[in-house]
Structure formats: structure tokens, C-alpha cells
Design a protein around this ligand. Structure first.
Ligand SMILES: Cc1ncc(COP(=O)(O)O)c(C=O)c1O
Length: 398
């Protein structure tokens, strides 16, 4: 088959299923309002939860680092790219996460692929929540271990699998806050199971870092589970407003990953301005708990408003990620387009990102949204309500 025929055939199939995706340019900085198609619209689809991506302290830190260290790290960490800035941020992240040590990765995707494929392999078993992020799913697949998907957040289902699956090494992987569903994993129960069945446990705090916990370190901190988790992973590109990711755990784990994780070893180190910006963000997270409180307040206000006008919004009551369920992929994209025309940028999420029949608007709030912003968003959803088809509950497996 000629490549162009292959692409055309695939496109036709995507379009027929309402799954065609395309890129939309956004102008200006990532803020509560962004410029789309030349118009300022309210952003309800950024992971910049604390509003730090455009914060003057991060910009200043990045500019200073660029002046002092340059733009690029120039090499991988194991060659000449391991700059003092990387080591300092790793020390601070370890203390932040209540761990002995931490390691930076180029992105959360790299971290999840590298960690899972280092910890388990052929002959081992990995147990993965059905609604885990794609990067965890891909890490499981890449590892070569037998993958056992358990029903979402279902500890009984997980235990049934752990009881009958023998393996040399066993690893449980879960999001802490689920990125498309806005609910939290039952982490304390999962820790109990990991200990009872002698399994390692990896928790992805991409959407909890900076937002949950007394100091903003995540759900693991909120529940006081730090010493019971083998691998705490999180990202620097969401609430921390920068880019990259970290893995925190024991010194032995970090030494193991430095030597084993191919997505750490074979890639250029994070650029100095990005590392400096992430360090500045960490200082703000620690010093300004009011940002976390604002995120929670806005989440509660938006959820209450959407429920009040009849939308189906599952997930945890105060979670900053609100899945507004529509069900049908095309109807979801029609709702997203209608919202944009009404001045609200809220992305539709379709399969394969979410299971078939559970397409949704994934609405996220930021600390920098005002009450008036949230109320305007609810009004826009109300005006567009007639376009949405009845919602369906998410299926548990994908
Ligand atoms: C739960 C989760 N893990 C990992 C990632 C990947 O992180 P990154 O964007 O830094 O690659 C994301 C989002 O992108 C995510 O939502």
C-alpha cells in the first residue's frame, strides 16, 4: 500500500467515527484567559492549576538561568549534562516528597515508560488500574511483563488478581488523581495490598502535585503514605507551570533508575531555564497555600453550577478535574465548539483517551479563575445544554 493511501484510509475511518483530531493554535501566555482564533476566551482546559506557567517569578528564574547557564544542557545526564541545577532541584523534590532521593526525567511520559520498564520485565507481572494514564499503560506494555488490568479503583478486583498471579516481581501502578475522571485512587487500601502480597507500588501524582496535601506534595502526602510507596512520580509541567517530571523514592531506587531507565539514560537533560523555573514554582507551592485553596473553591463552585443545570459530573466533589459526561464523541465535540463560540475553551475528550461511549468535556479550574469566571462558564454550559446528548456512565475497562 502506498503511504498516502494508508493515511487516507486511516483518516476516513477516524472521520467516520467522529475521532479526527487537529491542533488549534493558542496565542499569548497560558492564563485564566487565552487567545484562540484571535478572541480572548476563558480557559477551562489547562493543567496550569495554580496559574504558575506565566508567573513573573518563574519567568525571572528562567531568564536568569538562561543568562548564567545557557539554554540547553548539551548532553544527557550521564555524559556532561548533569548540571548543578538538576542536582539542587532533585534534592528539593526529595525533601518535598518526603523521600530519600529523587530523579528528574524529561517528561512524565518518559518517566512512566522508563520506570515501569526498569522495574518489571519478561516473567514479571504488573497490575494496572483500568483508567490509568496512557503513559502508564504504554510503560506496562513496553516492559514485557504480563499486564493485569483491574477495574477502576476496585481494591477487591486488584486483590483477586494479586492472589492468583505468581511472579518473581510484581508491581502495582496507579494514578493518584485520575486525569480524565477527577477521582482519587484508594491509595491506603492499595498500600495494604502491596504489603500483604509483596508487590512494589508506583503512584503517578501528575495531577495531584502542587494541588493536594498540606504542603502541596500530592495525595500521598495528604494521606501520609510516603514510606509505604516504592515509587512516587509526578510532573513539573502541570500545577508547577514548567516542564519535565520527577521520580522520588529510596536512594537505592534512584541509583537503580540512573543505571537502568533507558528514557533517563538516552536523552538530553532538561534545559537549565526549565529547571530553574520549576525550582521557583516549588518555592511558590510551599509558600502560597492559598493557591491550593482557590483551586478547591473554584472546583466546588463549578461542579455545583454544572450539576445545578443538569450536567452529569462524576468524580470527587472537590477535585479540580471535572469530567462533564456527554457519551457520544460527535456530540461532545459539538458541545466543545458551542462553548468556544460562547467564550469558553473547554476541550472534548474522546476515545481512545477515554473508553468508548464516555466522551466528555474535561473541565479544569485554576487558582487564577475568579468567581465571575466560574459563573460565566456555568452560564455558557447552560446556553449550550440543548446540544448535548444524554450522558452515560464510564465503562470500567478499556
Ligand atoms: C497521569 C499522567 N501521567 C503522566 C502524564 C505525562 O506527563 P508529561 O505531560 O510531563 O509527559 C500525564 C499528562 O500528560 C498525566 O496526566
Amino acid at each position: 500500500m502506498r503511504p498516502d493511501d494508508l493515511f487516507a484510509e486511516d483518516r476516513q475511518r477516524r472521520v467516520a467515527l467522529g475521532l479526527q483530531r487537529s491542533l488549534r493554535p493558542v496565542d499569548g501566555p497560558q492564563d485564566a484567559r487565552v487567545i484562540v482564533d484571535g478572541c480572548a476566551v476563558l480557559s477551562l482546559c489547562s493543567n496550569n492549576y495554580l496559574g504558575l506557567a506565566n508567573h513573573p517569578a518563574l519567568i525571572e528564574a528562567a531568564v536568569e538561568a538562561a543568562r548564567e547557564y545557557g539554554i540547553g544542557a548539551g548532553a544527557s545526564r550521564l555524559i556532561s549534562g548533569s548540571m548543578r541545577l538538576h542536582h539542587d532541584l532533585e534534592d528539593r523534590l526529595a525533601a518535598f516528597k518526603g523521600a530519600e532521593a529523587s530523579l528528574l526525567f524529561t517528561s512524565g511520559y518518559h518517566a512512566n515508560l522508563g520506570v515501569i520498564s526498569s522495574l518489571v520485565g519478561d516473567g514479571d507481572a504488573v497490575f494496572s488500574d483500568a483508567l490509568n494514564h496512557a503513559s502508564l499503560i504504554d510503560g506496562c506494555r513496553l516492559s514485557g511483563a504480563a499486564v493485569h488490568v483491574y477495574a477502576h479503583a476496585d481494591v477487591d478486583a486488584l486483590e483477586r488478581r494479586l492472589r492468583v498471579v505468581p511472579a518473581r516481581r510484581r508491581l502495582i501502578v496507579t494514578d493518584s488523581v485520575f486525569s480524565m475522571d477527577g477521582d482519587a485512587a484508594p491509595l491506603a487500601d492499595i498500600c495494604d495490598l502491596a504489603e500483604r502480597y509483596d508487590a512494589m507500588l508506583m503512584v503517578d501524582e501528575a495531577h495531584a502535585t502542587g494541588v493536594l496535601g498540606r504542603r502541596g506534595a500530592g495525595l500521598v502526602e495528604a494521606l501520609g503514605l510516603e514510606p509505604r510507596i516504592t515509587v512516587q512520580m509526578g510532573t513539573l509541567g502541570k500545577a508547577l507551570g514548567a516542564f519535565g517530571a520527577y521520580v522520588a523514592g529510596s536512594r537505592a531506587l534512584i541509583e537503580f533508575l540512573v543505571n537502568r531507565a533507558r528514557t533517563f539514560i538516552f536523552t538530553t537533560a532538561l534545559p537549565p531555564p526549565v529547571v530553574a523555573a520549576a525550582a521557583a514554582a516549588l518555592r511558590i507551592v510551599e509558600r502560597e497555600p492559598e493557591r491550593r485553596a482557590a483551586v478547591r473553591r473554584n472546583a466546588l463552585r463549578l461542579r455545583e453550577g454544572l450539576l445545578g443545570i443538569g450536567y452529569d459530573v462524576p468524580g470527587d466533589a472537590d477535585c479540580h478535574i471535572l469530567p462533564v459526561l456527554v457519551g457520544d464523541a460527535e456530540a461532545t465535540m459539538a458541545l466543545s465548539a458551542a462553548l468556544l463560540a460562547a467564550g469558553v475553551f473547554a476541550h472534548g475528550i474522546r476515545p481512545p483517551t477515554v473508553p468508548d461511549g464516555t466522551a466528555r468535556i474535561r473541565a479544569t479550574v485554576m487558582a487564577t479563575h475568579t468567581d465571575a469566571d466560574i459563573d460565566a462558564a456555568v452560564e455558557a454550559f447552560a446556553a449550550c445544554a440543548r446540544r448535548a446528548r444524554p450522558a452515560r456512565r464510564p465503562a470500567l475497562q478499556r
